[in-house]
Every structure is written in structure tokens, then in C-alpha cells.
Design a protein around this ligand. Structure first.
Ligand SMILES: NC(=O)c1ccc[n+]([C@@H]2O[C@H](COP(=O)([O-])OP(=O)(O)OC[C@H]3O[C@@H](n4cnc5c(N)ncnc54)[C@H](O)[C@@H]3O)[C@@H](O)[C@H]2O)c1
Length: 253
């Protein structure tokens, strides 16, 4: 895959693993410098090593996206290292529920909303002024198919991902005339640690997960990375405020 990018620097949160790591590697493979942000120091350093081993340029900044001081520091480190941030992939997210809505706890609610919603909001709050000052940029936020419809036994998660789409669309309209595009990617079930934690213990659940997708399988991290790169690329210059399902047809039925 080769795409055209007018910018040179990409920032990825949740880049220590899964979709974030794959997307950081994909940006680097296109020749972009990458800011790798995560709470997980060992995992994030692993991502940086993979990028450097492939001849790319990356820097790790430890960041808990729920803490404004961390997010401010992340953007400051990105600018002091590479001078700018052209593309931001706000991808850090958690999924910890196991029960129906009435079984949820306040702690689960606060934790999920904290990372998935406040984290994305804080990142955009500190990315948009920078992109405005630079004269443009593109942001992609990780929502989910659970941001487009019901997610039984994951109601808080579903609410958090609907909120990500609300933030995405609102910011897209606010900055539409400022050369800043804001989109969301909505994966269905993707083969990551998050998926394995939820499904691997129970093979029936894994079969069920594959069958949820008309293509007959779950997705690969690279299949989300390529969608994120497309949304950042010059080829998506007319696309903003969009929530792109990458779901093996799951939301088409
Ligand atoms: N895997 C799926 O099936 C799937 C489907 C739809 C959407 N998503 C979304 O994709 C995103 C990435 O998920 P994944 O499957 O790659 O999960 P993952 O658990 O493999 O990776 C998530 C990363 O986010 C980091 N993270 C968590 N909390 C953080 C915080 N407060 N600050 C900074 N980093 C933090 C983790 O350390 C981890 O490296 C999430 O937003 C998730 O909700 C995943």
C-alpha cells in the first residue's frame, strides 16, 4: 500500500499494542516520523524498537490519556522532538465490562468513560490548537462498531464509542474551514490482546465472533491501520466528520 501524505509527523496513542502499534508501524513504513504514546512503557518501547529496526524514526512519550498534564506533555514532547504533528490517531481505549447494563459498576463507568471519552477529548483539545497554528492536520479517533449500534453486555463501552463519534463529528465541523479533518474509524472484532482477553478463554465465543462478520472471520490490525492511513492521506482530502466502519460487513446486515 502506498499513499500520499503532505505531512511528516504522526502521533499514535495506545501505540504499545494491537491496533495502535500496527498503525504506528504503518505510518513509519510510509516514511513518517512517529510519536508513540502509551501508559505501557515496555510495550511502547517495543513499538519504537520495531520502527527503528525497519529503518524508521520514532520516539516514545509515556502518557496516560486521562490526565491533562500528560496529554499536554505529550504534545510538547512531540513538538520539541519533531517540530509538529500532522496526523494524530487517538486510539487508546479500554473494555472491561462483562455484564448487562444493570450489572455495571460506577467504577467501570468512570474508567471506561475516562479513557475512551475524556482521553479522546483531552487529546483533541491539545491537538487542534497545534494543528491550527501549523495551518492544518488530520485526526482519526478510534470508535468501534459499538459506536454505531447496540453492543449487548458492553453498554458503557457502546456509550463511550458513540461519544467518540459525537466528539469527532463536532470537531470536524468546527474546524472544517481550517484545513483540519477529523474522522473516526469503527472496527468490528479485531485480533488484538483486547479481543483475546474477551474471547480466547471460551472457543464458542471466538466462533461466535467470527460468525458476526459476513466475511466469516475477525479482522486484522493491519486492516484498521490501512483505514487510518487512508483517512489521514491526501486521498481523503474531502472526507471529514465521517465514522468509517471497517467491519467485514458486520454493520451492513
Ligand atoms: N480489538 C477490537 O476488537 C476492537 C474493536 C473495536 C474497537 N477497538 C478499539 O481499538 C482501540 C485499540 O484497541 P486494541 O484492540 O488495539 O487494544 P489493546 O488493549 O491491544 O491496546 C490498547 C492500548 O491502549 C493503551 N491504553 C489503555 N489505557 C490507556 C491510557 N489511559 N493512556 C494511554 N494508553 C492507554 C494500552 O496500554 C494498550 O497499549 C481501543 O480504543 C478499542 O476500544 C478494538
Amino acid at each position: 500500500m502506498s499513499m500520499t501524505f503532505s505531512g511528516q509527523v504522526a502521533l499514535v496513542t495506545g501505540a504499545a499494542a494491537g491496533i495502535g502499534r500496527a498503525t504506528a508501524l504503518a505510518f513509519a513504513a510510509e516514511g513518517l516520523k512517529v510519536v508513540v504514546a502509551d501508559l505501557d512503557v515496555a510495550g511502547a518501547e517495543g513499538t519504537v524498537e520495531l520502527i527503528r529496526a525497519a529503518g524508521g524514526d520514532a520516539v516514545f512519550v509515556r502518557c496516560n490519556v486521562t490526565q491533562e498534564a500528560d496529554v499536554e506533555n505529550l504534545m510538547a514532547q512531540a513538538v520539541s522532538t519533531y517540530g509538529r504533528v500532522d496526523y494524530a490517531f487517538n486510539n487508546a481505549g479500554i473494555e472491561i465490562e462483562k455484564g448487562k447494563l444493570a450489572d455495571g459498576t460506577q467504577d467501570e463507568f468512570d474508567a471506561i468513560m475516562g479513557v475512551n471519552v475524556k482521553g479522546v477529548w483531552l487529546c483533541m483539545k491539545h491537538q487542534l490548537p497545534l494543528m491550527l497554528a501549523q495551518g492544518g492536520g488530520a485526526i482519526v479517533n478510534t470508535a468501534s462498531v459499538a459506536g454505531l449500534g447496540a453492543a449487548p453486555k458492553m453498554s458503557i463501552y457502546a456509550a463511550s464509542k458513540h461519544a467518540v463519534i459525537g466528539l469527532t463529528k463536532s470537531a470536524a465541523i468546527e474546524y472544517a474551514k481550517k484545513k483540519i479533518r477529523v474522522n473516526a474509524v469503527c472496527p468490528a472484532v479485531i485480533d488484538t490482546d483486547m479481543f483475546r482477553r474477551a474471547y480466547e478463554a471460551d472457543p464458542k465465543k471466538a466462533e461466535f465472533a467470527a460468525a458476526m462478520h459476513p466475511v466469516g472471520r475477525i479482522g486484522k490490525v493491519e486492516e484498521i491501520a490501512s483505514a487510518v492511513l487512508y483517512l489521514c492521506s491526501d486521498g481523503a482530502a474531502f472526507t471529514t466528520g465521517h465514522a468509517l466502519a471497517v467491519d467485514g460487513g458486520a454493520t451492513a446486515i
